[in-house]
Design a protein around this ligand. Sequence first.
Ligand SMILES: [Zn+2]
Length: 326
Amino acid sequence: MYIILKPKIFYHTKEIAKVITIIITGFLLILAMIFIKYKPVYEVTVAGEKLGYIKNLNEFQNLLQNEIINQEGANIANVSLTDEPTYELKLLTRTNDSNEAEIIEQLKTNHTMITYQYYEVALNNATTAYVDTLEEAEELVNEIKTEFEGDDLELNLQINEHLTENKAEIHTDSLEVAETTVQTAAQEIKEESEALAIINDVKLSVLPVTGRITSRYGESSSLRRSTHTGLDIACTTGTDIKVVANGTVTFSQYNGSYGKLVKVDHGNGVETWYGHCSKLYAEVGDEVEAGDVIAAVGSTGNSTGPHLHFEIRINGITVNPQNYVY
Ligand SMILES: [Zn+2]
């Protein structure tokens, strides 16, 4: 039985092999034809819009990551896609090209959200400057801290990060400009802390003389026709009289009951007068700084002994100097 059947089986096997070969050849032929005419690609769709075709999904996703998500630039905090693309495997006629670069460009322009960052440097809770990077802000803060170290000032420097999707909102300065701005603000705080008083932004930082007050503002006296327009401070003749604030000397000569008198204009309507001097050092037109010696104490004019008659005038009207100094 076995011997008889063997050639038959062999014959059948040969026939089957032939058919299989034909089928495979046919299949390969069809496949070859398909591949001659078509190529497999991924169709990229985003938010319902077909953007085109890409050859290699992995390569494309790397491109997406590098060109869009990881893009760097001034003030860029992070970049994200507003719509995730979807990919569908398709066969495309070989005459059509894939368009990776164009798809990237479209995603970048229409489906990307960029968050920008910039930094605010605040001094004592007031915004003083804006810079682009955290490094700049930190450098700025450190420089100001170093500069005003030991001045024992209340300088509270803070860095605040700001994020925005609107690039036009960013108005930052160069580090140099920002530094100058913060420095000026800190300097003002320093001057204010050192000032005895501030009148109309004029900083009174020095007492003209130190001594015993012998007559207060507004007092009546048989020596005067009206109430006292200044403050009298007794000092020995020749004691230096210092100007209380920066300003310009507008008067320096003998003037009736005031005796030898110096007037200094500090701007913003603020003036100080120094009367009964023995010597006048300042001259009209002199630019003086707080602490400069402008005259010497004396007893010229309507005076009974050596003292300084000190007046503060705001817009031409005398005020009580003791509201500000002494
Ligand atoms: Zn007086």
